[in-house]
Design a protein around this ligand. Structure first.
Ligand code: NAD
Length: 420
């Protein structure tokens, strides 16, 4: 079985299609457009580890750099059973557009290991992370490529990566990864950054649409790092959290769920399912419940041609990467739904990762209030730029965000020229 070694995947095809459409709209130089369609480099590695049983298991890992034209590459590391080269490459490309759109001095990268992290013990996860880091070590470094957490990885994963890299250098190198625990060079506000960024863009969207967040019904799919923070912050702002889903199922109460109680329930049981006082629905049903704001913050391809016309929300903020298929996008557009695209809505994480990297390089750490204020400024500015471009060009927010992101990378290529 080598299908996972092929670039071909649904997400890769979609990402290339988006690039081609935006390139045509921007009237991009053909030579630069051609270069943007390929990753700069892609590494596939075998990651053998000793399992707790004493047996050896071999996992497949990937690290892809899409381009380095604006600076070193930046992108998350994903542990999931369906990770493949095409998906990782597409996600690296999307990181290029995202970093460029947010004005960060980075190119895009992404990494992944095909595994089911829930089925691995802590020791096995540590071995997997350290061996994967050792296998891709030629590609990472504080001025080369800086990984961060993504699906199935967290602060602890980043601490192991940083430690493994540092051991090979004989000194501590905090700038090699972001999303680290605070004590070893993490940044205040990093854990909350993606969820918080979603709230900032939702505020701007509501303002442009003449709406308020207070009193709006919200449904969040995914109650992990991104979804739980967005849910908590919106709830604190007076929104009604009507529904929440995780991998086991969904809970729904149109009068509102208490986020504090829900967090305690999840901490104790590992899932939102079984939360008292709420109806149990499945992951597909929750997306179609009557609400104002929908935040898909779990996995890709959740809003598709077969359910897009049943979505009731008038605003969708994409916490996850690629939660809406292109066919669904067209249906939502025709129905007048405002979709705040992933490259913009979930960019808070990479923005604060950038702050963490800068702090690590300077060994000087900022207060959380400074981080939050700067994050709000960057998210608000990017949203308003995208909104203005969308209005001027008569296109949806996804097209406008991609136009802005891709245009800056293309300009970088033009300015730097082609080596040799
Ligand atoms: P996480 O692992 O912390 O949480 C994922 C959540 O999704 C969990 O609650 C899990 O139970 C749930 N889930 C998984 N499969 C599901 C399904 N089929 N239906 C419903 N729920 C399901 O991950 P995260 O860091 O919160 O990331 C979530 C998404 O946001 C991913 O797509 C990731 O790429 C994207 N993202 C994350 C960040 C970040 O800073 N963490 C930044 C940008 C984008």
């Amino acid at each position: 079985m080598t299908d996972h070694l092929d670039f071909e995947s649904d997400l890769f095809r979609t990402t290339i299609q988006q690039l081609d459409q935006v390139a045509a709209r921007l009237n991009l130089d053909d030579d630069i457009h051609e270069r943007l369609r390929y990753p700069r480099r892609a590494l596939v590695v075998s990651v053998p580890i000793r399992m707790d049983s004493g047996k050896t298991a071999v996992f497949t890992g990937y690290r892809v750099h899409h381009n380095t034209v604006l600076g070193p590459t930046k992108g998350g590391l994903r542990y999931a059973p369906d990770v493949n080269l095409g998906e990782v490459t597409a996600l690296a490309m999307l990181m290029s557009w995202k970093c460029s759109l947010m004005g960060l001095p980075y190119g895009g990268a992404k990494g992944g290991v095909r595994c089911t992290p829930r089925d691995l013990s802590r020791t096995e996860l540590e071995h997997l992370t350290r061996r994967y880091t050792a296998e891709i070590i030629l590609l990472i470094g504080p001025d080369l490529d800086i990984p961060a957490p993504d699906l199935g990885t967290d602060e602890q994963t980043m601490a192991w990566m940083m430690d493994t890299y540092s051991m090979t250098q004989g000194r501590t190198v905090p700038g090699v990864v972001t999303g680290k625990p605070l004590l070893v060079g993490g940044s205040a506000g990093r854990r909350e950054a993606t969820g918080r960024g979603i709230v900032y863009v939702l505020y701007q969207a509501a303002r442009h649409l003449g709406q308020e967040i207070r009193g709006r019904k919200v449904v969040v799919q995914g109650f992990g790092n991104v979804g739980s923070v967005a849910a908590r912050l919106l709830w604190r702002e007076g929104a009604i959290l009507a529904g929440v889903a995780d991998y086991k199922g969904a809970v729904w109460n149109p009068n509102g769920l208490d986020v504090g109680e829900l967090e305690r329930h999840v901490a104790a049981s590992g899932t939102v399912v079984g939360f008292p006082g709420a109806d149990v629905l499945n992951n597909a049903e929750i997306l179609e419940q009557p609400c104002d704001i929908l935040i898909p913050a779990a996995i890709g391809s959740q809003i598709r041609e077969d359910n897009a016309d049943r979505i009731k929300a008038s605003i969708i903020a994409e916490g996850a990467n690629g939660p809406t298929t292109p066919e669904a996008d067209r249906i939502l557009k025709d129905r007048g739904v405002t979709v705040i695209p992933d490259v913009l809505a979930n960019a808070g994480g990479v923005v604060v990762s950038y702050f963490e990297w800068v702090q690590g390089l300077q060994y000087y750490f900022w207060r959380e209030s400074e981080i939050t204020a700067r994050l709000q400024e960057v998210m608000t500015r990017a949203f308003n730029r995208v909104w203005a471009l969308g209005t001027k060009e008569g296109v949806d927010l996804r097209t406008a965000a991609l136009m802005e992101g891709i245009r800056r990378v293309a300009e970088g290529y033009k300015i730097r020229g082609l080596y040799p």
